[in-house]
Design a protein around this ligand. Structure first.
Ligand code: NIG
Ligand code: FE
Length: 418
């Protein structure tokens, strides 16, 4: 039975929970999509109705009601780019960079990504799980409800599989949804020094098929850069990944222009990420192929880069912009989305609306999850956050506080601010 309401949107009869008297930024279609004096209904794990308070049926019967007292509901943040599983610390490299060393200098001297590889190889699976689940708990308290997690601190089959196994355990143990990416081609392990083609063969012939057999990743990423892998090596990894049925994405044009973006876009990548050195040609290829631009201002900030991604190209060519934490111990030890929103606005020049769309609906697009995540719309997963703010722009404007009240994931309250 459908209870008729004043809204054009019929009120469903299977509602379990209502969130009433709220303001909402639905972020549908990448706009704020503001609704005031509104209500949101949840049926099971899904949002089943959104509408004005005066369109609610007169009695709500046994439906559980949460009065939001005019607070704001936004979609949970979708963090579409993280390296959340690692052991060890790189605070020493932070100090080295402050003293003048560059990220690339440190990498070439055997530190950087490889220093985390050494610590991650030495850690057992339980220890990695323990470290990573604490990071997931921090993310939850920051309103992040979907998390992409990459491997890439193993660079040998066993450790890459160990990292992906940890990601699988996080998916089961934590309330957030986890999307897992294999990043075997993140850096060249010292054992293969001077033989990067041989390492790529190992990734293609041994690692990718094993990851596929174990069903522990949905996407494959590569770091295409002069301190990592070439365009041709990227192509080899992607060809095999696509043949095995993985989605692909790329760390591209972060420190220089290798034109990896054009290749990735033409091969159907979901996203290209970083993009500080992206050319107009690369941007055009992204536009032609519907590739999402994932902006990572945390890495830009921590590495004290000076060249910002070409936001005007993205706007003019209507390329969706996502923003993500890039959480990792080297270039972006950033444990929440609010600092990233702030940096996206102040460092990259995004509007607050663009930044919030980047951390919600466009993050979901970058993970191919836009049919179920990233905006408040009937039929989508009931993943949302109640914020005690005056306006959604506060989430970009304020730093040093997280004015969050409740986090709901799949219709269940996953966190309540004490
Ligand atoms: O996205 N650029 C390559 N990968 C990471 C950094 C990883 C690290 O430094 O440990 C990034 O910034
Ligand atoms: Fe990254």
């Amino acid at each position: 039975m459908i209870i008729t309401s004043h809204s054009s949107n019929p009120f469903p009869d299977n509602v379990d929970q209502m969130f009433t008297h709220c303001r909402m930024a639905t972020m549908a279609k990448g706009n704020y999509g503001i609704m005031k004096n509104a209500a949101l209904a949840v049926s099971g794990k899904k949002i089943s109705w959104i509408g004005p308070m005066d369109a609610l049926p007169e009695t709500l019967g046994t439906i559980k009601v949460t009065d939001c007292r005019n607070q704001w509901i936004l979609p949970g943040f979708v963090d579409c780019h993280t390296h959340l599983i690692w052991a060890g610390s790189r605070a020493d490299e932070f100090e080295m960079r402050l003293a003048g060393a560059s990220y690339a200098d440190i990498a070439r001297a055997g530190g950087g990504i490889f220093s985390t590889v050494t610590a991650t190889r030495a850690a057992d699976e339980d220890m990695l799980f323990d470290l990573a689940s604490r990071r997931m708990a921090r993310f939850l308290r920051q309103g992040i409800t979907t998390v992409e997690i990459k491997s890439g601190y193993g660079l040998d089959l066993d450790t890459e599989l160990k990292m992906l196994a940890v990601a699988g355990r996080l998916q089961k143990a934590c309330p957030q949804d986890v999307s897992t990416t294999f990043l075997g081609a993140h850096a060249l392990p010292p054992k293969f020094a001077g033989r990067s083609d041989d390492y790529i063969k190992e990734v293609v012939r041994i690692m990718l098929p094993e990851v596929k057999d174990q069903g522990i990743a949905t996407a494959v990423d590569v770091f295409c850069e002069n301190i990592a892998f070439s365009r041709d090596q990227t192509r080899q990894v992607f060809e095999k990944a696509l043949a095995l049925g993985f989605a692909i994405k790329l760390h591209a044009e972060q420190l220089s222009d290798s034109n990896g973006t054009a290749l990735a876009a033409q091969m159907g990548a979901l996203s290209c990420d970083h993009l500080e050195y992206l050319s107009l040609d690369g941007a055009r290829k992204m536009a032609d192929h519907g590739t999402v631009a994932v902006l990572l201002p945390g890495a830009f900030y921590y590495l004290r880069e000076t060249r910002i991604p070409p936001v005007e190209y993205f706007r003019n060519l209507r390329i969706p912009m996502a923003v993500a934490t890039d959480l990792n111990p080297g270039s972006s030890p950033v444990f929440g989305m609010m600092p990233v929103l702030n940096m996206a606005c102040l460092l990259f020049g995004l509007t607050c609306e663009e930044a919030l769309a980047g951390a919600t609906i466009n993050g979901a697009r970058a993970l191919n999850l836009a049919d179920c995540k990233g905006s408040l719309e009937p039929g989508k997963d009931a993943d949302f956050v109640i914020w005690d703010v005056d306006t959604p722009a506060d989430l970009c404007y304020l730093t040093g506080i997280t004015p969050l009240q409740n986090v709901v994931i799949g219709g269940k309250t996953a966190y309540v601010m004490a």
